[in-house]
Unconditional design. Sequence first.
Lengths: 264, 249
Amino acid sequence: MTAGQRVLRAPDIIGATRGGLDRVGRGALLAAAIVRILASPRRYTNAALAQAYHMGIRSLPLVLFMAAIGGALASQQTGAQFTGGLPLWVIGSVVAAGVLTELGPVLTALVLIGRLGASIAAELGTMKVTEQIDALYSIGRDPVTFLVVPRVVGGMLVVPPLVIVADAVGMVSGWIVGLVAIEGLTTADFLFGARFYFRPWVLAFSVIKAAIFGVTITFLACFIGLEGRGGAEGVGRTTTAAVVATTVAIMLLDVLLVPLLKVA
Amino acid sequence: MIEYRGVWKQFGDDSVLSGVDLTVKEGETLVLLGPSGTGKSVLLKHAIGLLTPDRGDVIVDGISIPRATPEELKRVRRRIGYVFQNAALFDSLTIARNLALALDTEGNERPLAAVRPEVAELLRRVNLDEDVLDRYPAELSGGMRKRVGVARAIASRPRYVLYDEPTTGLDPVNAETIDGLIVELAEELGVTSIVVTHDLESAFQVGDRVALLTEGRLRACGTPEEILASEDPVVQRFMHRRFGTAAAQ
């Protein structure tokens, strides 16, 4: 690219940067509005509980399926990699570590991104492009109180129990598949290994991660949904953007949260 | 009273409003006419703070909308009913819930059973039967949805009702029903109304005054008779083309 072309492209780059910063600013304002509303639980508790219930019911079957597959894979892979080199009880430790710290929370989050994040972004995006959000303002309702806070609080409430269930199912599936597929592994070995690794903080870490993921998925889906524009095609773009942004955010958070595991 | 004082609005490089000055007097019905894309709906949205002007001011009952606090804005919005072009009903809620939401203020919601009589009364006011209460917006015809939109707009007993193309997309019978409703509500409830429309017949039927917006500016404003008698060639061309088209059809 010549110097002249670079100069000609400068306004585009400045415009894009400004647009990005504007978006971050709007996200920060939305987050601030949510925090303000959280101080008045009466305004959103019932709606948040209803959201949590629906989110949980809609996601549970897929969460259980993914957790069972995750546990089974962890157990089989550990057996295939370590058999002969390490005692078999290590399989119990690796399954417990893998499921509780990573597979349980992350697989659940990925399921929820597809199941809830996409649906929240599509719903709010449709409401935006069909002027339903403007209609809420026009009747003196705040869309943040009415739509966003119940979803974010619902996500924060429902993801931890989903992850606990996913952790349990992942462990059980790892144990059963290990007994069937790994020669010589006994229940006593598996339980010894799992107990050897397990500390209460690991479970707490799993639950904390779940709550953070729950807030992240619902917040980003709501924010991107409310930014929606441009008819049916726009809603499609909004939904895709929400899934991509939320997935990236969850993976980054997963890395950033690792040091928390070493706290206790 | 709603006052627009030198309102400018631009979207990207497109200048939509270029210094509009307009006053809507208490109790009158003002019809905003103009070709597509001249900023009629944009002007309407400024009155309830859905858009803020780049320059100028919009004042409702002495409160500057762009400078209003969120609480002031909420209070002003309860005094204004807004009928959206495509009704903009909440499609995941039944008609009863749509209307109940507009009846109560945030944080003071009553159970649906308690507001049902009031909701039914609102429907009766727009000539709809109670049997639509438990239906969803998608299950209603376009005309019925518009009427529910009007019912929602008057739920908070507003002083002002703003109609954004209330008859667009409706058959002549339904359009006439909506026009009748606008006149009826203005007379019975004494509301001040702004009606954005392309429909000249409708404009002259419901409007006490008619304003013509072209290229983001107010070109003419007066009683229907004054507008029809205007010697401004732009006004004449707009009226002639519209009436001419209607006559030809």
